[in-house]
Design a protein around this ligand. Structure first.
Ligand SMILES: [Ca+2]
Ligand SMILES: [Ca+2]
Length: 364
């Protein structure tokens, strides 16, 4: 599979990811000349199985000196502070990768459902009219794409992520997926949270790398409803079944005070909260999710089959609402709800998950 290429810089600033290993290697070698305590090769140690003792005669000074310098360089690389930091990073990466993967998909059976609603809560968003939509079967990611999964993509492709040209909400200077709240922030403790500050273009590139694609808006909404008809949320109409929180949104006095009653002021791990009838987690809430479709608020009331939205447009559809949504301001954590962003923009509450026609071979 061909690696996606980096996008041209005209869509906004770019963040360049240099190979930390190369930096560490270069720093380590630069420090080699500072080593004065040169280790001496031991003569005739016989270390290691099958090794032969170094003949005494062969230990001429020039060769020994050459070996010593080589060993010193290796030692410098191995033990320099920079190399140690790099080793810790690699170990940390290894640990994060040894955690359970969250790239699994489930089969969403084909069928017909009622898309949209004739009782729109936000009519100007084009939530209506209700229309019958036929959907052929497809696969859907069980979880929103996490920082850990996205990092695998970045590391294996040299992909350079786009930075928002026009953040629509709480603009954060120099924010990126790796530094969601700006250069001083990081995602180290959020590897199992949804990746954010991902443009639509970035999401498309990731899905292609994973042998997947973005879901259409109709597929997304069908999947969100989990087999239920005409319900507000993925599990039904009751916001708090059994007095429990079923998604990560905003509780309290928006935007002044978030009581975090659901346990999270910001993003939550993608495995949080109960799944819907199809086994999908956090379709509503946590982060908004990009879809394939261009945005329009005008829909036919006719029956449709596997609709893919307008042929062109300015904005892309996003679905599901986010941890920033509160009923008083953004009552969009409903399956029929929708909103939009330009495809080159990103936000701290906008992520994605992928769909696929066929289950990728590596998941079989
Ligand atoms: Ca919350
Ligand atoms: Ca979501």
């Amino acid at each position: 599979m061909a690696a996606p290429t980096a996008r041209s810089p005209d869509a906004g600033g770019l963040i360049l990811y240099l190979y930390p290993a190369l930096i560490a290697l270069s720093l380590g070698l630069n420090h080699a000349h500072e080593i004065t305590d040169v280790p001496r090769p031991r003569s005739g140690c016989g270390c290691g199985s099958g090794s032969t003792s170094r003949p005494e005669a062969a230990g001429s000074l020039p060769e020994a000196a050459s070996d010593s310098i080589s060993l010193a360089k290796q030692a410098a690389v191995k033990y320099s502070r920079e190399a140690n930091v790099e080793a810790q990073k690699i170990a940390q990466d290894h640990r994060s990768h040894s955690k359970p993967r969250t790239n699994q998909m489930v089969l969403i059976p084909g069928g017909v459902f009622t898309m949209g609603t004739n009782d729109p809560k936000i009519p100007q968003d084009g939530e209506g009219p209700a229309r019958k939509a036929h959907i052929k079967q497809f696969y859907m990611d069980v979880y929103e794409v996490t920082n850990a999964e996205f990092e695998r993509f970045i590391k294996s492709t040299d992909y350079i992520t786009e930075v928002a040209a026009a953040p629509w909400w709480l603009p954060v200077k120099e924010a990126s997926w790796k530094h969601p709240e700006g250069p001083d922030s990081n995602i180290t403790k959020r590897m199992d949270h949804p990746v954010v500050h991902i443009s639509w273009h970035n999401a498309v590139a990731y899905c292609a790398w994973a042998d997947k694609r973005l879901p259409t808006e109709t597929e997304w909404e069908y999947a969100c409803r989990g087999g239920l008809e005409n319900r507000l949320f993925p599990w039904g109409n009751n916001l708090h079944p059994k007095d429990q929180h079923y998604m990560n949104i905003w509780q309290g006095d928006f935007p002044h005070h978030n009581t975090e009653d659901d346990g999270y002021a910001n993003t939550a791990p993608v495995t949080s909260f109960p799944p819907n009838g199809y086994g999908l987690f956090n379709m509503a809430g946590n982060v908004w999710e990009w879809t394939l479709d261009w945005w329009t608020i005008h829909h036919t009331a006719d029956e449709v089959e596997n609709p893919t939205g307008p042929a062109s447009g300015k904005d892309k559809v996003k679905k599901g609402g986010s941890y920033m949504c509160h009923e008083s301001y953004c009552y969009r954590y409903r399956c029929a709800a929708r909103s939009q962003n330009t495809p080159d923009s990103s936000a701290s509450n906008l992520g994605f998950r992928c769909a696929a026609d066929q289950l990728p071979d590596y998941l079989k």
